[in-house]
Write a new protein. Structure first.
Length: 466
């Protein structure tokens, strides 16, 4: 497999496919609004969409540092699925039934995104093939069965457990010994969705200023180099770039994830692989992978490279390390040996937001008018939509337009978590955690044991993931 001609960076393959957009005009000076949204990714744009649809006369301004979709919304794996970070912890804090309600809301969110995209004429290459998660070691199979049972206990009774033969009939992953499939998932083109959303909210009358970095958020004020936007509600929708804001360095950790995309693969390769259902594909490794079969018959596959930059640093253009490209290529060929001669057309990376307890949250502080949503830990393509509808309901409740709703009473609303440790402790901790996960995955590949490697269990406990 050749990587000599691989484009590395340039934000992502999705932008190479669509073309980098010309930025909208920056903020021209001080301004006022009813609602100011900081961040032009999925969370910010969905929030603007639902607020404007609910109350058309609202004056809504979106401020974006680069251009809409520059961050995780334009670099992700295109998994529109029903996973949400922190559900098990919310079950412990608020009870099982509260977490079941949260999971049901996520199941419905997948259909909501598909519905709105169709209604608004956003062609994002959406294909509802569900999500297939495979196991290829005894330890992974044991985790898969536990995972499957837990999902059913949270109300996903339409989930299907498959054995080795049934799995390979769907997607021929070499060595697969089982899989779990849910219908609550779809593949999509991330940039087509984010650009379609931006155009839609703009057509509704939302003002979007790009090339406008917000340096500090205060009650009723969003400060930028070009001026200050004053509004009763300031909503922080900055996910992995939250650390760039004054006072937010340790709020959410910007975790790196990297991807590769092959050239379009010939039919002879697809005859070997299968994947006719175009499910999104994941595994049960500790340092897990995620993949999709794109609309133009490439494989786009991702996983962790260098997981974290010292001091909560973020990248500029999505460039990733050559060693990470090689590691992702190795995963690709191990899963699908028939891709060994395929060209890798593009490689890139981006950051996602990770709270200290790995729980996604949505909050509106009624005393200050400050709101925020995020900490999706890589599950944001669908969760952003649920977060946006929840922010809409919280603002309408606060402004007296409505009372509590099913969404405002979900257990992730108003969740508080402590900040990350100062450096160098968080750099040491994150890199140590992923070194432990990779070592555990290597041992599990050659071990006949069905139990999870104890080093991975210890890493989970130290990280606060359980």
């Amino acid at each position: 497999m050749s990587t000599v001609s691989t484009v590395n960076g340039g934000i992502s393959f999705w932008y190479a496919d669509q073309g980098t957009p010309l930025a909208r005009e920056p903020l021209p000076g001080d301004a006022t609004a009813d609602i100011c949204i900081v961040g032009g990714g999925y969370t910010g744009l969905w929030t603007a969409y639902y607020l404007k649809k609910a109350v058309p006369f609202l004056n809504i301004t979106v401020l974006e540092a680069k251009f809409c979709g520059y961050g995780a919304s334009g670099r992700n794996g295109g998994w529109l699925y029903n996973g949400i970070a922190g559900r098990d912890r919310y079950a412990k804090l608020h009870g099982h039934e509260a977490a079941v309600r949260l999971q049901q809301a996520m199941n419905e969110t997948v259909d909501e995104v598909v519905r709105v995209a169709a209604e608004e004429g956003i062609d994002a290459d959406i294909h509802q093939g569900g999500v297939l998660e495979v196991a290829y070691t005894p330890a992974q199979l044991a985790r898969l069965k536990d995972f499957h049972s837990v999902e059913i206990a949270f109300g996903e009774t339409d989930r299907v457990l498959r054995g080795a033969r049934e799995t390979c009939e769907r997607v021929n992953v070499t060595g697969a010994v089982g899989s779990s499939w849910t219908p609550h998932g779809a593949r999509l083109h991330p940039v087509k969705l984010v650009q379609g959303l931006a155009a839609t909210v703009e057509a509704l009358g939302v003002t979007i200023h790009e090339s406008t970095p917000v340096t500090e958020i205060k009650p009723k004020h969003a400060h930028t180099p070009y001026g200050t936007v004053r509004a009763p509600y300031i909503l922080r929708c900055t996910e992995g770039f939250t650390a760039n804001l004054k006072g937010q360095r340790r709020t959410w950790l910007p975790m790196n994830s990297s991807m590769i995309a092959t050239e379009p693969l010939p039919q002879s390769v697809w005859d070997t692989i299968g994947w006719d259902g175009r499910e999104t594909l994941g595994d049960m490794a500790h340092a897990y992978m995620y993949a999709q079969r794109t609309a133009d018959d490439r494989i786009a596959l991702g996983g962790r490279g260098v997981p974290y930059r010292f001091g909560s640093g973020t990248d500029n253009d999505g460039r990733t390390q050559p060693a990470t490209i090689e590691a992702l290529r190795d995963i690709l060929v191990r899963f699908f040996p028939s891709t060994a001669g395929a060209r890798i057309d593009h490689a890139w990376s981006g950051v996602l937001g990770v709270p200290r307890d790995w729980c996604a949250t949505v909050t509106l502080d009624r005393s200050t008018g400050l709101g925020w949503a995020g900490g999706y830990v890589g599950s944001g393509v669908a969760t952003t939509n649920l977060a946006a509808r929840t922010l809409r309901d919280l603002i309408q409740q606060d402004s007296g337009q409505s009372g509590p709703t099913d969404l405002t009473t979900l257990p992730w609303v108003g969740h508080k978590v402590r900040r990350w440790e100062p450096e160098p402790f968080r750099w040491i901790g994150v890199h140590g955690m992923y070194a432990a996960y990779r070592a555990a995955d290597r041992r599990e590949l050659t071990s006949p044991r069905a139990g999870t490697d104890p080093v991975a269990k210890a890493a989970d406990r130290l990280a606060g993931r359980h």
